[in-house]
Design a binder for this molecule. Sequence first.
Ligand code: MG
Length: 161
Amino acid sequence: MSTDPRVGLGHDLHRLEAGRPCVLGGVTIPSDVGPVGHSDGDALLHALTDAVLGACGAGDIGDLFPPDDDAWKGADSAEFLTEALRRVAALGFRVASVDTIVIAERPRLGPWKEAIRTSLAGMLGLAPDRIGVKAKTAEGLGPVGEGRALEARAVVLLVSA
Ligand code: MG
């Protein structure tokens, strides 16, 4: 075990609109609404990318991929995570474990948790038992509960590579 572990926290929220694809953790989920975003709107990968970067003081997703930069319009958010992992590796760290929560009233995500976990395992190069994916609702409260937005949270543990 690393003697110098680092913890990172990430959060993201996207508005939901009809007709947008719903991509979460790299998995396209059948839905009549999806997150609005400059990129593919994958709030889970955005939260995870911020957690990875934050754990070793490497900035945040907005620093690396400015939302007003046309280069990232419609981008696959897996590219953001891949670049964050590359930077973390260059600083001498690797991801040891990840836990995540997606909060959404719609679409219902429970049936998709395992597919998302498998997808994250592939992107992170981690065994699935080092990854948590939880799906919650907001009990009808606030913009998330009213189905107008979707929220994601992630925590990451980095250890020395
Ligand atoms: Mg985002």
